[in-house]
Design a protein around this ligand. Structure first.
Ligand code: NDP
Length: 327
């Protein structure tokens, strides 16, 4: 049993429910490894676990993504040894901690040349970009796509990657500063969705054709505009709820707006498609990062004790790219 510091919540609510506590960390279970964190990724999903939008058993830790060093190896784990540099994207929640036990199947060795902070920012966010662009809808050269919250954590990775695949990328952001960052990271066109009509602008940019796919992690606030930006038979990939979840939809709206498709995917189902899926997705991600086609922008750093401030900034739309906690 090791004593570690970890962010814990006893109840659901705002960032004030988070506090740094000393807790016991047991030995890794069969199939798990203990990872001593060097950098911890902050993700919007962590705010859903904190608020209760995605229920977790209480009391609970928070966090699903980090990079560090393997400190102990559970029974049956053959792919990692003590001292390996690894990054993971995994449940159970609890990455906001000095060390955490995670499923070895949700971890990958960090390639040389990738820093701890970058690795801690690219497993959940980067593997999400991977499955969305390369599996849910296979983006191809010559296509035009729409990506909401283009200057965010997943957004910055995905827009660079989509551009690298040869797509014309239309991104949305909420400010001029974020628009400039989106442009520097793969977006050919940026729409300020707090001021402009997204579907009208998409029609204008595409000469009336609209787009075959919209990637929407914003949810409630953008849902109708996303459907209206799609060409007939287009696909809305609704992958998050930054503005709140999409609820109470009459499916008839999909017929009215062009026999549209909608999917609501999560990374964890794609990573569990087969015993090798997680590693294959990670290899694909590492390849675009190592080639320089995709850069991981770590734009906010906080100490572990400042995790609540990181949540305030993320939910307050003050961040761009990735945020990390340093234990
Ligand atoms: P981001 O860094 O993208 O932060 C969210 C962004 O959403 C903000 O920066 C903001 O950008 C925009 N936004 C729009 N409306 C709001 C609002 N009302 N409140 C707060 N933000 C708003 O977060 P992540 O990169 O961590 O995650 C992006 C999305 O991807 C999230 O919805 C997340 O849940 C989802 N996700 C889904 C996964 C899956 O497997 N399905 C896995 C990982 C992430 P702006 O100011 O430009 O509007």
């Amino acid at each position: 049993m090791t004593r570690i510091k970890a962010i814990r919540i006893d109840r659901n609510g705002g960032p004030e429910t988070m506090s740094l506590k000393e807790v016991d960390l047991g030995a890794p279970k069969p199939g798990e490894v203990t990872v001593r964190a060097k950098a911890i990724g902050v993700n919007f999903i962590d705010t859903y676990h904190r608020s209760g939008l995605y229920p977790v058993g209480l009391p609970s830790g928070l966090g699903m993504e980090a990079a560090g060093v393997v400190e102990a190896v559970g029974e049956g784990v053959t792919q990692f040894a003590k001292g390996d540099r690894v990054a993971y994207a995994s449940g159970p929640v609890g990455a906001y901690a000095e060390a955490h036990n995670v499923a070895a199947a949700s971890a990958a060795k960090i390639p040389d040349g990738v820093s701890d902070e970058e690795a801690a920012s690219m497993m959940l966010k980067g593997l999400t970009a991977q499955f969305l662009l390369r599996q849910t809808f296979k983006v191809e050269k010559g296509q035009t796509i729409l990506w909401h919250a283009a200057a965010g954590g997943v957004g910055l990775i995905a827009c660079q990657w989509a551009k690298h695949l040869g797509a014309t990328v239309i991104g949305t952001t909420s400010s001029d500063e974020k628009a400039a960052i989106a442009r520097a990271n793969g977006c050919d066109h940026v729409i300020d969705y707090t001021k402009e009509d997204v579907a009208e602008r998409v029609k204008e940019i595409t000469g009336g054709k609209k787009v075959p796919v919209v990637y929407d992690g914003v949810g409630k606030a953008t849902f109708i505009g996303s459907l209206d930006s799609l060409a007939p038979l287009g696909l809305l990939v609704s992958f998050g709820n930054a503005s709140g979840p999409v609820t109470d939809v009459n499916l008839g709206i999909l017929a009215q707006k062009g026999s549209l498709y909608v999917t609501r995917p999560t990374m964890f189902h794609y990573a569990a498609k087969s015993s090798t899926a997680f590693q294959e997705m990670a290899d694909d991600l590492f390849a675009v990062v190592k080639s320089g086609a995709v850069k991981i922008g770590v734009n906010q750093r906080y100490s572990l004790a400042e995790a609540a401030r990181a949540h305030l900034d993320l939910e307050g739309r003050k961040t761009t790219g990735a945020s990390v906690l340093i234990p």
